[in-house]
Design a protein around this ligand. Structure first.
Ligand code: SDX
Length: 380
């Protein structure tokens, strides 16, 4: 039993498949989606195009993009049954929890729920991508007691979401939201993508695999970090208190939200893009105040963590501030992350289905063996 094994805690640096979906250069701080530089995709592409690129492996032709957008937008509408559930569940529920239960419920109406045939998967994919923005926008409005806004299939993906949240479109804010969606769309075998892959490796169904990913994203070490970073900025209260806060946290061996990454040992390029987006905006005073604190946290963290321990700013140092600017409350950040990352999760699920091997690691047994069973009367 004393087999000579190496335990890879957190599966650090363990490779479980080959992929063509994305490449993260953790040393030089670069990300490539299907070979294209993420920075260029943010500047020149759209989430509709990037989601097609990630899932199907190539940039769409005009005809392919038109059909892709039409198939997704034809799914914007929510079934009455879903809306009824959203109206009845307690309003304290987080948008991320509402999303996962809503997608599972949508699966209940899908007569081919278990099918992994390509054409059936396509129908599920456009349904999940089409309904997710409507679920989240509806939850935003129901929580506030507002009337629901019908989706507008003539608006783009990002613009329709902004329109359904606010009741009026905003091209400028939709462009910012589109950048957010592209930035969060894919990032290799992060915990949530891996969770979805484990689920599909048993040949389970797409709704189950995607909700495995959603469940995994929820934690503050992953998708919950943006909201946790905002909470941290509020706790700090002002830029001149950052150093004192930092030292106290580190002394308690606590983690600074928005810093560190399993792959990046340098500044997360996505954080740079988000910081530049924020620098280019005329921020309302409440957001600007937190942004100044975030910039000071970045400055102190660069000295105390990044230069010394290669624990550097990651996407979540600034992403929550962009959501706040867009009028989305803190608990929406993991849900927006999920909305965007549906494309990356689905891409990895489809890629794994090309050569599905059951994912079943081992654990090294270090317990006792050969114990004699003692009847309860003799156990004291
Ligand atoms: C995302 O994987 C992805 O790609 C994820 C993501 C994506 O797009 O899918 O990029 C999105 O999740 C970004 C990360 C968001 N999370 C946070 O900002 C939460 C704070 N960061 C961490 O908890 C941490 O950095 C992780 C979880 C992100 C990565 O941690 P690792 O690689 O597992 O490193 P570790 O926990 O083993 O820590 C190694 C050391 C420890 O110190 P020692 O015990 O060795 O003395 O580094 C320290 C840690 O205490 N450390 C930190 C720290 N992160 C690690 N110390 C202070 N602050 C931090 N943020």
């Amino acid at each position: 039993m004393s087999e000579d094994v190496v335990i890879h805690k957190g599966l650090e640096n363990v490779y479980v498949k080959e992929t063509r979906i994305s490449y993260i250069d953790g040393v030089n701080g670069k990300v490539y989606y299907r070979g294209y530089d993420l920075e260029e995709l943010v500047e020149r592409s759209s989430y509709e195009e990037v989601s097609y690129l990630l899932i199907f492996g190539k940039l769409p032709t005009k005809r392919e993009l038109y059909n892709w957008i039409a198939d997704i937008s034809s799914n914007y509408e929510l079934e009455e049954g879903i809306i009824k559930i959203l109206r009845e569940v307690p309003k304290r529920n987080s948008p991320l929890d509402i999303l996962k239960y809503s997608l599972l419920t949508i699966g209940l109406w899908d007569e081919k729920i278990n099918s992994l045939e390509r054409e059936d998967l396509y129908e599920k994919i456009v349904k999940i991508l089409g309904k997710t923005p409507s679920i989240l926008a509806s939850w935003y409005r129901l929580r506030r007691g507002y009337r629901l806004v019908e989706p507008d299939p003539n608006l783009g993906y990002a613009e329709n979401f902004i329109y359904m949240v606010r009741g009026e479109p905003s091209t400028r804010d939709a462009e910012i939201f589109d950048d957010i969606l592209i930035l969060h769309a894919e990032h290799g075998l992060n915990a949530s993508a891996f969770a979805g892959m484990v689920t599909i490796s048993t040949l389970s169904d797409l709704y189950s695999a995607v909700t495995s990913s959603i469940n995994t994203l929820k934690g503050p070490l992953h998708g919950g970090a943006a909201g946790a970073a905002l909470k941290m900025f509020r706790e700090i209260g002002s830029p001149d208190r950052v150093e004192e806060y930092f030292e106290a946290k580190l002394a308690r061996k606590e983690r600074i939200m928005g810093f560190g990454h399993r792959v990046y040992k340098t500044y997360d390029p996505r954080a740079k893009i988000l910081k530049n987006i924020l620098l280019g905006l005329d921020l309302p005073p409440d957001v600007d105040r937190l942004f100044r604190i975030a910039l000071k946290v970045e400055e102190v963290g660069m000295e105390r963590l990044c230069k010394t321990k290669r624990i550097c700013p990651n996407i979540d140092l600034f992403s929550g501030l962009v959501y706040l600017y867009l009028g989305l409350p803190d608990d929406f950040s993991p849900a927006i992350f999920a909305l965007s990352r549906l494309s990356g999760w689905i891409a990895h699920i489809l890629e794994y289905l090309e050569d599905p091997r059951l994912i079943r690691p081992r654990a090294k047994y270090v317990g006792e063996l050969g114990l004699r069973y003692i009847p309860i009367e003799e156990r004291g």
